[in-house]
Design a protein around this ligand. Sequence first.
Ligand code: FAD
Ligand code: NAP
Length: 507
Amino acid sequence: QVPLKPGRSLMDWIRLTKSGKDLTGLKGRLIEVTEDELSKHNKKEDCWICIRGFVYNVTPYMEYHPGGEDELMKAAGTDGTDLFDQVHRWVNYESMLKECLVGRMAVKPIAAPKVISLACKFVKETLLEGLGLNMFLYAQRNYMFLSLLYFLFYSYDWFQTDSLVTIVIYTKQKDMNAELVIVDCQDKRLRGEIIMDDHSYLVEVDLDHAVSEDVAVNIAEKVGKVEIILSKKDNIHWKMLGQPWEGHNTFIKRTDRGLFYRKCKLVSKTEVTHDTKLFCLMLPKGTHLRVPTGQHVYLKQIIAGTEVVKPYTPVLPFLPLDFQEPPHHDGVHIYLMIKIYSRGVFTQALDHLQIGDYIFVSNPEGNFKKSQVQTSEDLLLLAGGTGFTPMVKLLNFALTEVSCLRTVKLIFFNKTEDDILWRNQLEQLALKDERFEVQFILSQPTKDWVGKQGKISSSLLSEFVKRSRRDSKVLICICGPAPFTEQGVQYLKDLGYSQEEIHAFTA
Ligand code: FAD
Ligand code: NAP
């Protein structure tokens, strides 16, 4: 993010788009844009960008872009879809830029669907070379090809009784678990997604007949079989499962699927500190969703008629002090610890939600893998402000399920004592579990603060970030304001920690 000029906030942008001002310079007319034409609009004062076949005049948006004008200019006069997807695929640009729409690309380059192009590769490079060993070697060389193989393995089937419809998905994935299965069944639409690393398999149909709200999901972990069981509303014999949606029965990269949202109910809102609250959201009855440790979701609200999306990292309702049993997830509630900024567009709207109101919650995303911590002996967590949120589940997971773990240390940076999240719980946990230690560091303490003070620095880190033994396996996780995280990673590298030993939580 770059500092924006006064009067250039997201809210100011939304106001401008509603003002009726002609933001494209075309008086509301939509045109067909050739590649040649697009390339001519490549200056700040005349800048068009194509995203997914639609062309936008982004000149009026330049000063409002949170990432800065230079970032936007990288795509000036070109197709910026890839760049956009890399940086913030979750931002709802259709809604944000709708008043800037110039028109469609005249000849939209048609990229062959991923699966078809993979199939062509398969025929050309494998069948022609002969099957067997070649195929194996090829699969090893080419991850894309592996995804085709998985596609061939993935399949679904369905059957019915008088009262039930069961959809069975065979994944052949041996480590299948509840976090890898996301099911939504609302208003006759069934969507079942199975996650496999950065790919996913999707079953998505408009069901033939109505079903009740309750959906059961059974997972046979060892054989990788997933059953979705629906209860028929009427005892009618179904002729088919339903009409397929566009992505039905495909196995593609997760980033190539749009974000899917469901409506969740706000059931409680409790104070954590003077500016931070714990929001409890309830998933709809027909949803099966578990947010994995280290991953975030996107929340979506309509603010002044514009869809606004922001990421948040689910936490636990509290820090369990008893680490004997794996934590109990009820599978129904999602807890979010959110700081309300006095001038924050999204958090102000969130704070104004009443109990019983609804908000859209996306599928989980994030590149943290539990396996990173599963072999760690020392886990060091560096958190700045609400950068504490990914540490909550991580801490709990490490202390509960990582048997080789010797030490967990949280180094928690805040401005003042009043800003420290869950201080009491963290201190209690440190008393209860001798593997856990917490260090609070304040950047703007009052005179009474007797603890450590300062900002993230090389000297502070060299004092607190240490291996418990000279050769112990360490994982350092860091999360906070972007410059805090960037500087922290650099200091850690300067102190001799390798890239593999550091995980930075970012967007
Ligand atoms: P904004 O309108 O973005 O403003 C926030 C503050 O910054 C305001 O004071 C505003 O005036 C100022 N500001 C904004 N942009 C600029 C700018 N360009 N120049 C100068 N000042 C600016 N937050 C949590 O509280 N809990 C979480 O669990 C959480 N998880 C996250 C997970 C991820 C992966 C990421 C990337 C972020 C996460 N965040 C979390 C942050 C969250 O997504 C929002 O950024 C945050 O809630 C602020 O949103 P907002 O729209 O209210 O504020
Ligand atoms: P904050 O209260 O403003 O700051 C927390 C601590 O970080 C303070 O000690 C602060 O010190 C320090 N800090 C702030 N800016 C710094 C900088 N530029 N360089 C060095 N230290 C800095 O934090 P917050 O308002 O809670 O914000 C938390 C941030 O974490 C947000 O930006 C949010 O987006 C991010 N976050 C990311 C994720 C993720 O997964 N990626 C998850 C949750 C939160 P001083 O300000 O006194 O310098």
